[in-house]
Every structure is written in structure tokens, then in C-alpha cells.
Ligand binder design. Structure first.
Ligand code: KG4
Ligand code: ZN
Length: 345
């Protein structure tokens, strides 16, 4: 095969995934297999680490086999194996790292450990060949940060949440209002039908300089308002629920919008030749969030990029791609590669 071909393996949260990515003058996803576990964890209202670890251990082999078969690629045609080595739930990360080490030892292929966040942060290069340096807003169920990405191994964090991640806040809001999980899509659907002006929720840290965010107060305010409504009326009507969702989402979008404006200012200080903001993470699926960010970018004459949703959320194509970029820089790991539950970029 011409170019470089990598297998990627991802198992840091609740998706078991494997993918084959080939890099010529541009990157091409030959296959991307993702097996979610939402149904396994649904009854517990959150990801249960032990259940996730067991599911990864049982499924990852099959994901790799499927990814290779769908791409029509054999181990002899691969140039390397990339695996998420953290951060994440340690049992799952370990499953992936052990599998990748075994495959690398058995085939003699180079092994590359990838930071899951770097995988997300490099995705706009995989999808659009975006040149460095760009600003990345990562907004998922577990993460929320602004990164100036200036190389495959070069990330400057200029702000982020000091408590909950936005997706987590969406999920908790859904739980408090009796809506299904994952909460983001459910809350978005309700919010679209609600009155955003009826309940006005706090927008923490907007009065403070910088790009840090906080969302735990928003959740507490929502809980308190919900309980006040219930105390007054004996329960929540459909309209109450919709208005609470609309108020919550409006506050969330307001914070992300204003902090993005500030993050862009910091990023633009370095006068990038082709200024761009890219998003990644499940919350980037939210239309209100996307529209607000598009707007901020348009006003600042900055290109806005949102990769397709299946590449915004957890997947192994981003891990294979990040591995390829590291490999091309000459970076390698070996059998000592360790799984890291915490690993800031
Ligand atoms: O990136 P992701 O698939 O997983 C990780 O957290 O790593 O993100 C999942 C999160 C969940 O919290 C989910 O509720 C949220 O993204 N999400 C949304 C929407 N779709 C998914 N949040 C708001 N609006 C949405 N439409
Ligand atoms: Zn992720």
C-alpha cells in the first residue's frame, strides 16, 4: 500500500473502537468501528467502570478484526498500531493498551501511545487537513477546554471548566427532569419547545477575566428552581420541563459563547495566518451551541469547523490519525507503555 497505514484502538470511556487510517498527501479513514455501551450502563445513570472494563475486554478483539476486514487490510500491510493510553477509566484503557502491546509484539509493528484528548484535538486535521495553529474547543461529557494546537504534540491549554463538563451538566439536567440518557439530545429537544426567558440561570465566572468556566452552580440552580416549581404546583408540567431546559441551555450557551470570544482573543494575539476554531466532543452536536460559536467566529473573521458527529464523539480513527502524526515526528513507544488514568495534555 502507498503511504502509511495505522490501526487505532480506543477504550478509555464507554465506547470500544478500532479503526484503520491511511495517510498519503491526505488522511483517509478506511474503516471505523465503534461499539457503544449506553445500554449496558443506562439503568445506573452513568458509566460503571467495572462494567465498562469487562465490556472492552470482551469486545476489543472483535472491533479490531472488523476494522481490519472492513478496510481489507492485513497486519502485513500496517505500518503501526496506535492506542489510547489515557486519560480515562483505567480498566478500559488497560484493556486497549494490553491488546495493542500484544499485537505489536506479535507482529513487530511500532507501538504508539496516544493521549485521548490529543486524538480529539487533532481531528480537524484528519477531516479537513486544518493547518496549525488553530484553536480547539473540546466540549464533551468528561471534558471542557480551550487548546491552542500548534503541532501534533504541542497543545497550550488556555482555559477550561473548573468543575463539571458541559455534557455532564446536560446529563444531570436530564436526570433531574426525568428525561432519558444521554441527556444532551433530550434536553436540546425540550429546550427547542420551551421559553428561555421564564427561568434565568446564573452564568458563573463571566464576571472573572480569562477563559475558565464553571457549570456546577448551573446544575444547583436548576435543582433549586425545579424544587420551587414542584413545591408551588405539586409537580412539573410539560411546559415547566421545557422552560427549565430552555433556561438551562441558554445559560450554558451564553457561557460557552462569551468564553470562546475571549479564547479567540488570546489565540489571535499570535496572528495565525489562517485563523480557525474547531470543536470536538459530543456537546458540539448541540445546534444552539454550534450556532452561537459560528456567530462568534463570523464576527471575528475566524473559520469555524465542526467535524461530522461520528468523529466528534469517541472513535478510534482519531487515535490512529494522532498515532500517525506522532509516528511521522519520529515518536515511538515500546512494551513499557503504561495506561494513565490522568494525563493532562
Ligand atoms: O464526546 P462524547 O460522546 O463522550 C465523552 O464525553 O467523551 O460526549 C457525550 C456527551 C454526553 O454528555 C451527551 O449528553 C452530550 O455529549 N451530548 C449533547 C448533545 N449530544 C450529545 N449535549 C448537548 N446537546 C446535544 N445535542
Ligand atoms: Zn472523548
Amino acid at each position: 500500500l502507498p503511504g502509511l497505514t495505522f490501526l487505532g484502538i480506543e477504550s478509555s470511556c464507554d465506547d470500544s473502537a478500532a479503526a484503520i487510517v491511511r495517510m498519503n498527501d491526505r488522511a483517509e479513514i478506511l474503516s471505523s468501528v465503534v461499539e457503544g455501551q449506553v445500554n449496558l450502563h443506562a439503568e445506573f445513570g452513568g458509566v460503571v467502570p467495572e462494567i465498562a472494563a469487562r465490556a472492552h475486554a470482551e469486545r476489543l478483539d472483535g472491533c479490531v478484526e472488523r476494522a481490519m476486514a472492513e478496510a481489507g487490510v492485513s497486519f502485513a500491510e500496517l505500518d503501526g498500531i496506535a492506542v489510547t493510553a489515557g486519560p480515562g477509566l483505567i480498566g478500559g484503557v488497560l484493556s486497549g493498551v494490553m491488546l495493542a502491546k500484544g499485537l505489536a509484539a506479535g507482529t513487530g509493528l511500532p507501538l504508539i501511545g496516544v493521549n485521548h484528548l490529543a486524538g480529539h484535538a487533532l481531528t480537524p486535521r484528519l477531516t479537513d487537513g486544518l493547518p496549525f495553529p488553530y484553536l480547539m474547543l473540546l466540549v464533551s461529557g468528561g471534558h471542557c477546554q480551550f487548546l491552542i494546537v500548534s503541532g501534533p504534540d504541542s497543545f497550550r491549554r488556555i482555559g477550561g471548566t473548573i468543575d463539571d463538563a458541559p455534557g455532564e451538566a446536560f446529563d444531570k439536567t436530564a436526570k433531574l427532569l426525568g428525561l432519558p440518557q444521554p441527556g444532551g439530545p433530550a434536553v436540546e429537544a425540550e429546550a427547542a419547545l420551551g421559553n428561555p426567558a421564564r427561568f434565568v440561570f446564573p452564568r458563573p465566572l463571566l464576571d472573572k477575566p480569562g477563559c475558565d468556566m464553571s457549570f456546577s452552580g448551573l446544575k444547583t440552580a436548576l435543582l433549586r428552581t425545579r424544587d420551587t416549581v414542584i413545591a408551588e404546583k405539586g409537580g412539573l408540567t410539560k411546559a415547566d420541563r421545557r422552560d427549565l431546559c430552555a433556561g438551562f441551555q441558554t445559560a450554558m450557551v451564553g457561557v460557552l459563547e462569551e468564553k470562546t470570544r475571549r479564547a479567540l482573543e488570546v489565540y489571535l494575539e499570535a496572528s495565525p495566518a489562517v485563523p480557525a476554531l474547531a470543536v470536538a466532543g459530543g456537546v458540539a452536536a448541540n445546534t444552539a451551541v454550534r450556532t452561537a460559536l459560528e456567530d462568534v467566529c463570523a464576527k471575528a473573521s475566524v473559520r469555524f469547523l465542526a467535524p461530522p458527529l461520528r468523529l466528534c464523539t469517541d472513535n478510534a480513527a482519531m487515535i490512529a490519525y494522532a498515532g500517525l502524526e506522532r509516528f511521522q515526528m519520529g515518536l515511538r513507544d515500546d512494551a513499557n507503555l503504561s495506561a494513565r488514568p490522568r494525563w493532562p495534555l
